[in-house]
Design a protein around this ligand. Structure first.
Ligand SMILES: CCCCCCCCCCCCC/C=C/C(=O)SCCNC(=O)CCNC(=O)[C@H](O)C(C)(C)COP(=O)(O)OP(=O)(O)OC[C@H]1O[C@@H](n2cnc3c(N)ncnc32)[C@H](O)[C@@H]1OP(=O)(O)O
Length: 281
């Protein structure tokens, strides 16, 4: 069901499958073949930040699950306490190797296209903080359940960087144009309650209840005839995905040019320093 454009990219194989379990160093996946529900836990310590290899692993996992005829739904969550994902690994953008920077952004685009357009039903069980790229993963799922007392949002401007148009589009499709405009300008990180109020997440339950709630909701999704559900998703999302598909190369180049600017490097260096200082307080 994912567009034929997406099928062109053959991902690197780093995920191993043992029966109903798939493992890589950063991801743990199990598939319940009775229900057709897969559970993917991100475990790239300390904060599930998204570097090149981790992005490739996430994408490979989705591709492998799509090929499993028994799998209909995917629940995404974190194995790292209190953090869903800290977003892009800032070290990929700070003082980068230019070739790797290209590859990194391409891997982020490809992971996003795979997740956003997958025919699998997807639920994010957001059991920790979910800034920037973490928010992108969440809003790319079909349904979001979040535990209390965490934050989620596209906070890029706080780092002195800009959310690319496809982050913006995914956010607009979730909370609407005006809310996205405010959120992007202010780099807004929403509390769980605010996120629920704005429709950035669909449900709030305690951390203890989150997996049960995700399973329950997923059973509703996988009960719907697969093709009809997947085609409805395609109907809603194809236009947004196509916008990136048709400009992937120029988007990579814009990103690389943007990152290599002295001002951007200074902002990222400053932000990293603040993160370290905050820790030592
Ligand atoms: C016309 C317009 C053209 C524009 C063209 C556009 C081009 C595109 C431009 C670029 C777009 C980029 C889009 C970016 C997306 C992103 O995702 S950026 C990343 C944003 N993420 C964050 O801001 C999160 C920062 N982290 C935190 O807030 C906290 O760490 C936490 C997640 C809330 C967890 O807190 P805590 O449990 O207290 O852990 P810490 O002690 O803070 O962290 C532990 C160690 O991890 C390091 N770290 C944290 N986050 C990151 C990260 N994202 N990347 C790399 N490293 C991270 C942190 O520094 C600690 O490290 P050590 O001190 O070494 O232990």
């Amino acid at each position: 069901m994912a567009s034929s454009i997406l099928r062109r990219f053959i991902p690197r194989k780093t995920t191993w499958m043992y029966g109903q379990r798939m493992m890589s160093s950063t991801i743990d996946v199990s598939v319940d073949e009775q229900t057709g529900i897969a559970l993917m836990k991100m475990k790239r310590k300390p904060v599930n930040s998204l570097n090149l290899e981790f992005l490739q692993d996430i994408r490979n996992t989705i591709v492998t699950l799509e090929q499993n005829k028994k799998c209909k739904g995917l629940i995404l969550t974190s194995d790292v306490p209190k953090i869903f994902s800290a977003g892009i690994d800032i070290l990929e953008m700070y003082q980068p190797n230019e070739e790797r920077l290209h590859n990194f952004w391409r891997a982020l685009q490809d992971m996003w296209l795979q997740l956003y357009m997958t025919p699998l039903a997807t639920i994010a069980a957001i059991n920790g903080h979910s800034p920037a790229g973490g928010c992108l993963i969440s809003i790319s799922c079909d349904y979001r359940i979040m535990a209390p007392n965490y934050t989620i949002g596209l906070n890029e401007t706080l780092l002195g960087i800009v959310a690319p148009f496809w982050f913006k589009d995914a956010m607009c499709n979730t909370v609407g144009y005006r809310e996205t405009e405010i959120a992007l300008a202010l780099g807004k990180l929403y509390s769980t309650d605010e996120a629920l109020q704005k429709g950035l997440v669909d449900e709030v339950v305690t951390s203890e209840q989150i997996m049960e709630a995700a399973q329950r909701k997923m059973l509703e999704y996988v009960k719907i005839p697969n093709m009809a559900r997947a085609m409805s998703k395609q109907l809603m999302r194809q236009e947004t995905a196509d916008k990136l598909c048709s400009t992937q190369d120029s988007d990579v180049q814009n990103f690389v040019n943007f990152c290599l600017q002295d001002k951007v490097q200074q902002s990222l260096g400053f932000y990293l320093e603040q993160l370290k200082k905050r820790k030592s307080k």
